[in-house]
Design a protein around this ligand. Structure first.
Ligand SMILES: Cc1ncc(COP(=O)(O)O)c(C=O)c1O
Length: 440
């Protein structure tokens, strides 16, 4: 069991309250006065907190860690770049094209690309490019999707406060104060895998829809995935209406396959966003797609603006080059997928032993766990799963040294370093945690 009293964490939080709102650098890191985590180190698939407790980590920083923490293949490339080349200069280097060419060799959907520093910025760039290209405004998004922290996408379907028996759609609410109401003006939201809803939206707004923006596998909604048919409908609908398909692969890109979710579906976007796994934890992101669309970025009178002081800095690009080289040239994906399957088998055995109906959503490298009889098809279905039992189970796992987000909307992330984990330990910990959750 982890410690009930964590004196060093408590002291750090107390100090941090004097320095940052909520005592944290990102609001989602605040887990309450007793449970907010302060780390002292990370290695492989483990994290160690400042009270010397080590956890096997399935949260992996919300997905970026694909090889493992402090992977020497990536770290040494970054150290080499900053020692021998530099960090930023406001000019280009040959590394820009080297990384794009690597991405192109892995992702047939990319003809041209631009870099950014976060998934949020990549989405901003892709949406602006789509609007510039189509000369239209509206963006269709999917309930339960997440696309970053800029105002326009900081609106969500309030499924938490939605009554399943209610036939009306969940209310759309902002993520909080400071988001002007008019930033929603150009956004239309539909439930995932609902063919009729998509048709209705295009019938109403088709002429002004610049793009559909969707996570093909919702990494922020328990890995609930588009069906093959729905992905095809998205592609066909965009083609028929002169709209662009933007696939937000910030979580799935370079994680679920070399070519991301698009490789799994065999269906390709006009524009794609990447971040997270592209740099194994270093801050690098990108968006790209068809050359004709990307070439809208220009100084022409009707061209799209893109750039930024830190864009394509050496830390980011050397990390991306090293990470992608490992992913492209080794059997890392085989390892990650095998370990992901083994972990699901262990969990399934434990859930079955305790008589818990369960299912897994999404790919083995990023799977959602749902307590219910069938895999949810969209965010509204998720509401019917027993997410409270999941949260209790997850809190118990944390108490037993396994770190994850205690919310079934966040998937279990697997990295190559998880191959060193003891599956017997996992079974014991999961068994104890479920037993305690049921008897809570
Ligand atoms: C699908 C998706 N898009 C965009 C973002 C925003 O990325 P970032 O946090 O790097 O700004 C996230 C973050 O989790 C995401 O999951």
């Amino acid at each position: 069991m982890t410690k009930m009293i964590k004196p060093n964490s408590a002291a750090m939080l107390k100090r941090a309250h004097q320095n940052m709102p909520m005592g944290v650098a990102d609001s989602y890191r605040y887990w309450g006065e007793d449970n907010t985590v302060f780390l002292s180190s990370m290695q492989g698939c483990t994290i160690t907190d400042c009270d010397e407790q080590t956890f096997t980590d399935f949260r992996l920083a919300y997905g970026p860690i694909i090889l493992g923490y402090r992977d020497s293949r990536v770290d040494s490339a970054v150290i080499n770049a900053i020692t021998n080349i530099g960090t930023i200069s406001g000019f280009s280097t040959g590394l820009d094209s080297e990384v794009v060419e690597l991405v192109k060799s892995m992702c047939p959907n990319i003809e041209k690309m631009r870099f950014s520093n976060s998934g949020t910025e990549a989405v901003i760039g892709a949406v602006r490019t789509a609007r510039g290209y189509t000369k239209r405004n509206k963006i269709v998004v999917v309930e339960g999707g997440f696309h970053g922290l800029h105002d326009e996408v900081m609106w969500k379907s309030d499924v938490d406060n939605w009554d399943v028996a209610n036939e009306k759609a969940p209310a759309i609410v902002s993520f909080g104060a400071g988001i002007p109401a008019n930033t929603r003006e150009h956004q239309v939201s539909v439930p995932l895998n609902d063919f009729a809803a998509l048709e209705a939206v295009f019938a109403r707004h088709g002429n002004d829809i610049a793009a559909i923006l969707i996570e093909p596998i919702m990494g922020n909604c328990g890995s609930i995935a588009s069906t093959q048919e729905y992905m095809q409908q998205l592609r066909d609908t965009c083609d028929a209406n002169g709209s662009l398909l933007i696939l937000d692969e910030v979580k799935t890109g370079f994680r679920v396959a070399k070519g991301g979710a698009q490789e799994l579906y065999g269906i390709y976007a006009d524009l794609t966003t990447y971040a997270k796994a592209i740099g194994n934890g270093y801050p690098v992101a990108a968006f790209g797609g068809k050359a004709a669309v990307m070439d809208t970025i220009s100084f022409a009178k009707d061209g799209v603006t893109h750039g930024g002081t830190y864009t394509a800095n050496m830390v980011a690009l050397s990390a991306a080059k090293a990470t992608l080289t490992v992913l492209n040239e080794t059997d890392a994906y085989q390892t990650i997928n095998r370990v992901g399957q083994e972990i699901q088998q262990v969990l399934s055995k434990v859930f079955t032993k305790h008589g818990i109906e369960h299912c897994f959503a999404g790919p083995d490298s990023m799977f959602g766990v749902h307590f219910g009889s069938s895999v949810p098809q969209n965010y509204r279905d998720w509401k019917q799963t027993d997410s409270e039992l999941y949260t209790q189970f997850a809190m118990n796992l944390i108490d037993n040294g396994l770190m994850l987000e205690p919310d079934s909307r966040e998937p279990w992330f697997i990295c190559e370093a998880h191959q060193t984990m003891d599956l017997n330990w996992l079974e014991q910990v999961a068994d104890r945690s479920m037993s305690d959750a049921i008897n809570a």
